[in-house]
Design a protein around this ligand. Structure first.
Ligand code: PLP
Length: 435
């Protein structure tokens, strides 16, 4: 993503988010803190929409990547639909003002209550994951006297070899979707259902997908399938190709939107299909960082540890997926301004250390054996590209209140989620009663 991967940049050795000095901001709001750039969110959404404009797609932002209401609102105002995976996310989407007809609802375990909520809200599509789920949605729609619409989630048996095993969803041994060989029977059985209209196909092959090829393979398989379905009298109006478009965890590591679009658009342009896209991390990933303060630096034998106040309770991706996040001090000497974000930075006088959090778990690591400028107690570190699957996966493990979230827009800063308090930690434990 060569054009402005985000709006976090060093000026005179000092990191800014848009026009805001992040040292000053951290002094004001404390640490750890998630900071988001509104300009980056807008830029990514618009650039993505522009790249795929020839398909006139419905773009459904994946709320699970970063669900703060204010961020959903910002994207809904730009015209984004929403991809939701629970009743709670559906609630967020509606609260954010998203157009219900542009909401798609995925997930293998939707409850009756959640399905009812979706039908009553008039969402665009349920992405259907099994026969039993289809029958349940149809039965609930019949009972409510309100129609539902479904897209069958097809498992195309395509996987990106580089995608971590915990985030690959498109090969046939995952829990997601219906086997591609079973699709014809599925449409024969349910294609004419009176209560749940089945007229769409959904794919989501995993995330992140680091090149356009897996999409091309999956779409090719599914287009053959759609042709077969149409030839046997079924109606397929819509194809949802899911999310998984990469974010730049390192500078220029991911394909540009133009590269994805160049491979995908020609396949779908003349297909008489409405196209849905479900980008999550590619919109939100680079738009957020986690600011964390160094508590202690500790040398034990060969190993050096930089112990910070953020950790797996704030950002679990390194611990859970072995994910790489670029980490660098917010204020550095001129010679330590990073030339790019990469796994290895070659500058003079860097010191290797593990960056770890305060949690009582060996796995509470943000970076291993990372060359960093020398840091001391009290220094501020920035963990970059933390906007996606960051705060949404944060927990209160070890009874630590979750961080504050701040949205920067040019030189304005807005608190979009208060830092939790100790009272918040126990609030739901004080109103206990008998069953
Ligand atoms: C998680 C998910 C997405 C978004 O994935 P990203 O990698 O954030 O783009 C889209 N669609 C479905 C069905 C998902 O589960």
């Amino acid at each position: 993503m060569h054009l402005a991967m985000d709006q976090f940049h060093y000026r005179n050795g000092q990191l800014y988010c848009e026009q805001v000095d992040l040292c000053e901001l951290a002094d004001q709001v404390g640490t750890p803190a998630y900071v988001y750039s509104a300009g980056t969110l807008r830029h990514h959404y618009r650039a993505f929409a522009e790249a795929f404009a020839a398909l006139n797609p419905i773009i459904c932002y994946s709320i699970k990547s970063c669900g703060n209401l204010n961020i959903c609102q910002l994207l809904a105002e730009l015209g984004a639909g929403m991809d939701v995976v629970s009743g709670g996310e559906l609630y967020r989407a509606i609260e954010a003002g998203a157009d219900p007809s542009k909401i798609v609802y995925a997930g293998v375990g939707k409850t009756d209550q959640e399905i009812e909520q979706g039908i009553k809200a008039g969402i665009g599509w349920f992405n259907i994951e099994s026969e039993a789920e289809f029958e349940n949605i149809a039965a609930i729609a019949a009972r409510l006297g309100q129609p539902a619409r479904g897209a069958l989630r097809v498992n195309p048996d395509v996987a990106d070899q580089r995608t971590h095993a915990k985030t690959a969803t498109g090969h046939k041994h995952t829990k997601f979707g219906v086997n591609i060989d079973q699709t014809a029977i599925f449409f024969d059985t349910y294609g004419k259902n009176a209560h749940c209209e089945l007229d769409a196909i959904h794919l989501h092959i995993g995330s992140p997908i680091y090149s356009p090829e897996p999409y091309v393979q999956a779409i090719a398989k599914v287009l053959t399938l759609i042709a077969q379905l149409r030839a046997t009298g079924h109606v397929v109006r819509t194809l949802d190709i899911g999310g998984g478009f990469a974010a730049d965890y390192e500078t220029d590591a991911s394909p540009s939107y133009a590269e994805y679009a160049k491979a995908i658009v020609p396949l779908l342009q003349n297909e008489d299909l409405r196209v849905i896209l479900e980008p999550g991390r590619t919109i939100s990933g680079n738009a957020g960082v986690l600011l964390s303060r160094v508590q202690y630096v500790k040398q034990t034998g060969e190993k050096r540890f930089v112990i910070v106040d953020g950790g797996m309770h704030n950002l679990i991706r390194p611990a859970m997926y072995d994910a790489f996040h670029f980490i660098w001090p917010v204020r550095v000497d001129a010679r330590h301004v990073p030339p790019k974000r990469a796994q290895e930075i070659h500058l003079p006088d860097l010191v290797r250390a593990d960056v770890v959090g305060p949690i009582c778990e060996t796995g509470d690591v943000l970076a291993r054996d990372r060359a960093l400028p020398p840091v001391d107690r009290g220094d501020l570190l920035c963990i970059f590209t933390a906007g996606a699957y960051g705060m949404v996966m944060a927990s209160n493990y070890n009874s630590i209140p979750r961080p504050i979230e701040v949205l920067v827009d040019c030189n304005n800063t807005k608190i979009i989620r208060q830092r939790e308090s100790y009272m918040d930690l126990v609030a739901h434990e004080k109103c206990t009663g008998s069953v």
